[in-house]
Design a protein around this ligand. Structure first.
Ligand code: ADP
Length: 501
């Protein structure tokens, strides 16, 4: 595996350890304006078997340093109309180990030169042996620095190689695990390109046996449910979604963001659970249906008993209790039948529905109850509400259930607030109350059939089906519903319904 950090090291020049200090190859660049000093330097260095080149301006200097890798550069204090110290500093930024000597006839002090990173300074009056001595000293120092850098690089590389080996081994182990698990796994980068898929994914989507790595998921797996999950999960509105296939298979897909990588989608086959659920629903539907006729008969006969002659007080009380129970059972059976129809997808009626109008009807129904409990009910309906393409009866049922619950669970003198607003092309309905609230760990479950929260007030009647019906209706209209609630403070049920243009 290539080591990125190593490649990113700044370009540095290391004196070649095999070259002797006196070798012919040691090139000295003289970056000085034409002067007797320049001539003296060139002459004495050549005499000491150095190779010498001169440059006239900064551009030429940088080009030559780049191309010919000099062993040392000698820069004049004023060079080509520029400040030699600044020119040297710029060079050192690119080539931090290049030895540079400043020839300073003016005010620059040795301290300033050394602080700027230069390796030496020469001053007039210039003597040949001083030039050669300073050049050799600087080169020797650079040589030692080069050795040290070389050693450090070697050490770092060895440790990076070691790390790379470990992570390669770990990667192989991880790949083996992912390839062999039964769940489908897709790992994506931030641009929805595939980083990893396991065999199960190939089997689930019946894909050709070619590598999918590096390809855009949308281009290789054309599945509307999967695309919807990825799109909606990325903007944080969804974490799991069912993937349905025409042949009846159903998978539960989950989306997990992976920091610094992208995301992972895992898929479990839940076809058998769906089948069990379907059988159970069929059973419940059949039983509910068959219960309806005897219940109607019981109610009918109870009416008749009262007409057969005078009844005493106890008999009347018992009949009243019977009637309440039978009505409760009838309500339950009707809700079960409703749910059965909704889950079977029979609800296909669609027409223009104005939610504000439906809300008025619904509020009228609860008016008595609201007054009796002295609940302060307010509604806030935005003026720009767009109509929905929906089944008006189901929408009414959904609103009735939510407002009904809010009024039912809120204690006397409490508050219920309903709001409707548009957000982009979505209609947002909120039903807020000051009731008992719902414990956090139960908030997901209250939409399940028959689930009733553990903190519900004693004596409040219910079947535990109302919210399951709400959820089915909302989902049949491609919407979403959830609750935000705090025990002791109250609850807000939020429904989002898309408005089709
Ligand atoms: P139920 O017939 O019991 O009201 P639902 O399906 O409508 O059935 O609601 C399920 C459970 O959720 C209720 O039993 C109750 O515990 C809780 N719940 C529903 N709405 C509210 C609310 N507005 N405030 C507090 N709890 C609620």
């Amino acid at each position: 595996m290539p080591c990125k950090d190593f490649h990113d090291l700044p370009k540095i020049q290391l004196p070649d350890q095999n070259n002797s200090l006196m070798s012919k190859q040691d090139l000295i660049l003289l970056a000085l304006d034409a002067s007797p000093a320049l001539e003296l330097m060139a002459r004495t260095l050549r005499a000491s078997e150095f190779e010498v080149s001169t440059v006239q301006d900064r551009e030429g200097l940088e080009k030559l340093v780049d191309q010919s890798v000099p062993a040392l550069v000698l820069v004049g204090e004023n060079f080509g109309g520029e400040d030699g110290l600044l020119v040297s500093q710029a060079l050192l930024e690119r080539f931090p180990t290049l030895p540079i000597i400043l020839y300073a006839a003016g005010v620059v002090s040795a301290e300033t030169a050394l602080r700027a990173g230069l390796s030496g300074i020469l001053r007039p009056p210039l003597k040949g042996e001083d030039v050669v001595g300073e050049v050799r000293r600087s080169m020797s120092h650079a040589q030692k620095l080069g050795d040290w850098v070389r050693r450090e690089v070697k050490r770092t590389t060895a440790s990076l190689e070691q790390k790379a080996k470990i992570s390669e081994a770990e990667r192989n182990k991880l790949e083996a695990i992912i390839s062999n698990i039964q769940d489908g796994v897709i790992v994506l980068d931030d641009h929805q390109q595939i980083l990893l898929v396991n065999q199960t994914v190939y089997d689930i989507f019946d894909l050709e046996k070619e590598s999918l790595v590096g390809k855009k998921i949308r281009e290789v797996i054309a599945n509307a449910d999967l695309s919807a999950l990825i799109d909606r999960a990325r903007n944080g509105t969804l974490k799991y979604h069912e993937i349905n296939f025409d042949d009846g298979r159903v998978f539960n897909a989950q989306y997990t963001p992976l920091p610094r990588i992208g995301s992972a989608v895992t898929m479990q086959d839940i076809s058998y659970l769906k089948e069990i659920d379907r059988l159970k629903n069929d059973f419940v539907h059949t039983v509910s249906h068959d219960l309806r006729s005897p219940l109607t008969a019981i109610l009918g006969y109870m009416e008749l008993i009262e007409r057969t002659g005078p009844l005493n007080e106890s008999q009347l009380e018992f009949i009243e209790r019977l009637r309440a129970s039978v009505q409760h059972m009838t309500g339950l059976v009707n809700e079960l039948l409703d749910l059965g129809r909704l889950e079977a997808g029979f609800d296909t009626r669609r027409e223009m529905v104005y939610l504000d109008t439906i809300l008025q009807y619904s509020l009228a129904v609860f008016d008595n109850q609201v007054r009796r409990k002295n609940i302060q009910l307010t509604s806030d309906v935005a003026g720009d509400l767009k109509p929905l393409r929906a089944n008006p009866i189901r929408i009414r049922q959904m609103i009735d259930n939510l407002i009904g619950n809010a009024v039912k669970y809120t204690p006397p003198n409490g508050m219920v607030k309903i709001s409707m607003a548009m957000q982009e092309n979505q209609l947002i309905l909120r039903v807020t109350d000051s009731g008992p609230g719902i414990p956090t760990e139960e908030q997901n479950r209250i939409f399940e059939k028959f689930f009733r929260a553990s903190n519900r007030p004693a004596g409040v009647e219910g079947t535990g089906l109302g919210l399951a019906i709400v959820k089915s209706i909302v989902e049949a209209h491609q919407g979403r519903v959830w609750v935000e609630s705090k025990v002791g403070t109250g609850s807000t049920f939020v429904v989002i319904l898309p408005v089709h243009q």
